[in-house]
Write a protein that binds this ligand. Structure first.
Ligand code: EPU
Length: 302
């Protein structure tokens, strides 16, 4: 969607929003897939309600993109603009056992920042790519750690009320790769409470997690991490592997030959290729195991 020639462009500029016309979102996602649209870079959190109000008045659909590491975006010209939160030097600070972090911060960067200040607990999250905001929304987890366990407060923009609000950790449900946030809530800041742990001990756990990850996941290829959620008590990766589907391709979308629940873009895969591969694999698993796999990756349908 193009809005740079519309009157709203000047109003957005007055609010400090930078408008980048015609950005291929394939450059903004870890899968390297995604169509083209105008990108709005917000410079200040405080302007979000006003920016959203303007967009709503002009009937301009929008979506917020964070790290782009767990999303599959449709091909072609997209019928919405994409918004980004301020990402230059996102704030992080520690006070006692509390860490205050901007949602735009890099998740791994946050784990390291806290570790250096002798705050641990999140070691397992070190290699999970993406932003803190995305990790909150999905309750990202790995190696026995999930971010939700440490959340004490989240400041967000609630599209439902049009306001900035602060939620207490106890009022948010964090389940396996699912939370009680509304789909159009925008994460802004989080307060975490972390256990004290010496940096060298944290580092030792981080090293083990990194080694496990390197040994089992295709880290140097374009992917969105695991494509499917694990079914209760089962493993999507193991089932797909048992079906002999590693290396199975649709166009340039391929089931990783390292981890069968990672689908990689080997060159120039389209969203259509990836969707067909997802459907084919889901169907094979359904027929053989009687299990309907649920997407873990978030699909931005047009
Ligand atoms: N397995 C296979 N073949 C494969 C992949 C896995 O046989 O191709 C087997 C493994 O040998 C193991 C079992 O399946 O016995 C589980 O595999 P793994 O330890 O790799 O964990 P996972 O359940 O496949 C989950 C998360 C990952 C996270 C790892 C490590 C989900 C969907 N995936 O994977 O998260 O990094 O555990 O904690 O919950 C993600 O969320 O995108 C993600 C990659």
């Amino acid at each position: 969607m193009r809005i740079s020639d519309k009157p709203i462009a000047a109003r957005l500029k007055e609010l400090g929003v930078e408008l980048r016309p015609g950005v291929p979102l394939s450059e903004k996602t870890s899968l390297g897939i995604g169509g083209t649209t105008d990108q709005l870079l917000l410079r200040k959190f405080e302007t979000i309600p006003e920016v959203m109000h303007l967009l709503a008045n002009e009937n301009i659909p929008h979506r917020f993109l964070g790290g782009g590491t767990n999303v599959l975006i449709a091909d072609g010209e997209l019928p919405y603009v994409v918004l980004h939160l301020p990402t230059s030097q996102p704030g992080m600070r520690v006070e006692g056992n509390a860490a205050y972090v901007d949602a735009a911060a890099d998740l791994g960067g946050m784990v390291t920042f806290c570790a250096k200040r002798d705050l641990g607990g999140m070691e397992g999250l070190i290699g999970v790519p993406g932003s803190v905001g995305g990790a909150l929304r999905m309750n990202a987890g790995a190696y026995g750690t999930q971010i939700g366990s440490y959340v004490r407060e989240v400041e967000l923009y609630r599209a439902a009320t049009g306001k900035l609000e602060t939620l207490r950790g106890d009022d948010i449900r964090f389940d396996y790769r699912h939370t009680s946030f509304a789909p159009d809530d925008v994460m802004l800041h989080v307060k975490l409470e972390l256990p004290s742990k010496p940096f060298k001990d944290i580092l030792a756990v981080i090293k083990v997690c990194n080694e496990k990850r390197r040994a089992s996941q295709p880290l140097n290829q374009k992917s969105a991490g695991c494509i499917f959620k694990n079914p209760p008590g089962g493993s999507a990766g193991r089932m797909i592997d048992e079906l002999g589907l590693k290396g199975h391709r649709v166009g340039d979308a391929m089931v990783s030959d390292r981890h069968a629940n990672f689908f990689v873009n080997v060159a120039n895969a389209s969203c259509a290729d990836m969707l067909r591969l997802i459907d084919e694999v889901r169907e094979r698993v359904r027929v053989t195991y009687g299990i309907e796999l649920e997407n873990e990756v978030i699909f931005w349908k047009n």
